[in-house]
Design a protein around this ligand. Sequence first.
Ligand code: SF4
Length: 335
Amino acid sequence: MSTTTTTTTTTTTNAAPLLRVHELRKHYVSPKRWLRPARPPIQAVDDVSFSVARGETLALVGESGCGKTTTAKSVLRLVEPSAGSVQLDGEELVGLSPSQMRQRRRDLQIIFQDPYASLNPRLTAGEIVAEPLRNFGGADAAAREERVRWLFSRVGLRPEAAKKYPHEFSGGQRQRLGIARALALQPKLIVCDEPVSALDVSVQAQVVNLLMDLQAEFGIAYLFVAHDLAVVRHISHRVAVMYLGHIVEIADRDTLFSAPRHPYTEILLSAVPVPNPRTPAKRMLLQGDPPSPANPPSGCRFHTRCPMAQAVCKEQQPVLTPRKADGHLVACHFR
Ligand code: SF4
């Protein structure tokens, strides 16, 4: 267990951020069972703070199980946070009733990893994209049809595809359908939960470029959860690196990829393939398995796998603090 309390620092910009997440926590507590000792809570997300500006893409990266998807779903309250604050446009979302939260969903949408699982197989593509318009009212049938046609064209689907069912589309087309549905209500922020990792490599680039075009056109912000660092490098403006429920580094994309500071980030980035075969790759290997989030290591959570760990790392939890005026934040005693 940690011996000190984390006081994470949120990136500050002159303009108020669109999304401000402060000391977000999600601990899963096992239900008590008769004759079974209580289990420690699983600390999936612990004291996570970050912000996303309007029209910005912030990528959340890290190993499987590091808490990035739980963080993203907590922002949407698809997972109920245990503690902390999530503000969208200055309005607190944590604590809103389901009906109040439903109203805020106009501004806050999600694109899922598996487009097939996220689309109702009994509805046609046109009905799927029209569903949010119908649920939130404000448009008659003719206006909805017109809007659906426009959304289809905007995401690169032919108008006649509106009559098809999800199983009749390819994986890339289904993801375009998911994007059209997310766009329907003109949201301010879209959470993209590994939106291209289930797609063929050739289709990934098309979908990523589509997301970037839509951002340029409509000024949408993305919270982009991904493990593919090549995709992250292409689409993101800033990157937050997570390890075992904590953010360990946040920096703008170019800084993070050219001069990472946290040892975990360095190791993650060393696994990214180098395009030029003449450039010697300095691959660093992460030792051991990630510790259990039910019993995270004391002090720095990365100390059991860190090649630079020293005695203090076992005792004191490093605080995510700015290293430069450019908003580069690192949680390490020595970097
Ligand atoms: Fe490694 Fe210590 Fe830095 Fe943690 S605080 S990343 S263990 S050097």
